[in-house]
Design a binder for this molecule. Structure first.
Ligand code: NAI
Length: 275
């Protein structure tokens, strides 16, 4: 049986992922702001260092998998914090834990992105560049000034929608670039993204401002299956990506969104290689 670290383990998809791993007999080290084996704020550099230290101590320096699930939604008021939590949090954690994953015979990492990265037309290219170059202070400053420049009506229910979608976009790009580098791929550590759509969790209900579950057919983005996701729908795929048998997929983004991305961008994939 394996040993796995799960961030965001106190709620929603992270809690469901930790539960599936435990049901399958694995040891889970949960990380969250509260109610976790390791309490740490992944929005700060010190919190990330302490989370990595705590996970390495608890695992003895060998990990079979990491599920980086913790994150915040577009209702967060501070776009700078969104950049720190949603992008730098998982990136620093995964970089810090990569050597421990490489010690496993089947190291696996999965990151929770979002289908907002491809279905929200507010990706901030400058912020993408700052995130991918790893300049956290500049990224936070830019995210805040870009947020201040947005029309006030956008700021009502989703004040950091652009930083949110952009942080998840950059995260998926980081995974795609990183997963194929020798220090991951040739060490046998596989790294993939799950891009959920609307999943009923405290974060999602807070982001819609509805408080209670809305009707899928009244949702602002298309929901072809006519239902919202449940945390268990994401946990199922988290578990699949973390299994040792999942050994030939890396750098991929899997949309688990009830068909929203396909409905909004039917012809976006496949993309032909051009000369
Ligand atoms: P949730 O709010 O139920 O769970 C998120 C967990 O992350 C919470 O336990 C929270 O305490 C933890 N967390 C937040 N900030 C943290 C920090 N600075 N340090 C450590 N832990 C922190 O939300 P949900 O929906 O389960 O979200 C999981 C992931 O899925 C997030 O990355 C979110 O952005 C993403 N997502 C959610 C969607 C949805 O519809 N619910 C859609 C697409 C992506």
């Amino acid at each position: 049986m394996g040993i796995y670290a799960v961030t965001g383990s106190a709620s929603g998809m992270g809690a469901a992922s930790a539960a599936v791993l435990r049901e399958n007999g694995h040891t889970v080290i949960g990380v969250d702001l509260h109610d976790a084996d390791i309490t740490a704020d992944l929005g700060t550099a010190e919190g990330r260092r302490s989370a990595v230290r705590g996970i390495l101590d608890a695992s003895g320096g060998l990990l079979d998998g990491v599920a980086a699930v913790a994150g915040v939604g577009p209702a967060m008021k501070d776009a700078g914090a969104v950049a720190s939590i949603n992008y730098f949090g998982p990136v620093a954690l995964l970089e810090g834990l990569r050597p421990a994953l490489a010690r496993s015979s089947a190291g696996r990492a999965v990151v929770i992105g979002s289908n907002s990265s491809t279905t929200v037309p507010m990706i901030d290219e400058k912020l993408v560049d700052l995130l991918l170059t790893g300049d956290e202070d500049a990224a936070r400053d830019h995210a805040r000034s870009a947020q201040a420049a947005l029309p006030a009506e956008l700021g009502q229910s989703a004040p950091s929608i652009s930083a949110y979608a952009t942080s998840k976009f950059a995260l998926a790009r980081w995974v795609r670039r990183t997963a194929v580098t020798p220090s991951w791929a040739r060490e046998g550590v596989l790294l993939n993204v799950i891009a959920p759509g609307a999943v009923i969790t405290p974060l999602m209900l807070g982001s819609t401002g509805a408080g209670e579950e809305p009707d899928a057919d009244d949702f602002p983005t298309p929901m072809p299956l006519g239902v919202f996701g449940r945390p268990e729908d994401i946990a199922f795929w988290v578990h699949q990506f973390l299994r040792p048998e999942a050994r030939f997929t890396t750098g991929a983004t899997l949309f688990v969104d009830g068909g929203t991305d396909a409905a909004m961008r039917p012809d976006a994939q496949p993309t032909a290689l051009t000369f």
